[in-house]
Design a protein. Structure first.
Length: 105
């Protein structure tokens, strides 16, 4: 066993960094499906993501045509709760509407 793994760490100083580390942002992604009515998707985008009718319509149509659309970026916790909220709106109305999240590069 190399002793590098077992030796206690004596230097616990944080590594110095040139820039302040910002939390990684996560994308909320709207997935297309064949069943959720277009108008329902628009209503959910307006309610959960505070979009205008126009913005919501464009995002819905992008997902419809390209299979998915990035809706917004947030910190991990906010992205995950917004995605769940949107998906839950669909589920309660009996639609398969789905939002997912993924970390930004
Ligand atoms: N494709 C759906 C339809 O034709 C509408 C839709 C658009 C559903 C975007 C989900 O993310 C979505 N009724």
């Amino acid at each position: 066993m190399p002793d590098i793994d077992t030796k206690p760490r004596t230097d616990t100083r944080p590594k110095t960094r040139k820039k302040t580390q910002r939390p990684r942002l996560h994308k909320v992604i709207l997935l297309n499906d064949d069943y959720t009515p277009r108008e329902f998707v628009v209503q959910v985008l307006k309610a959960v993501f505070r979009m205008s009718e126009d913005q919501a319509y464009r995002v819905m149509m992008t997902a419809h045509r390209r299979d998915a659309c990035v809706v917004a970026v947030y910190t991990k916790d906010v992205a995950e709760s917004k995605a769940s909220e949107g998906t839950e709106h669909g589920r309660k109305a009996g639609h398969p509407l789905t939002f997912t999240t993924e970390p930004e590069e």
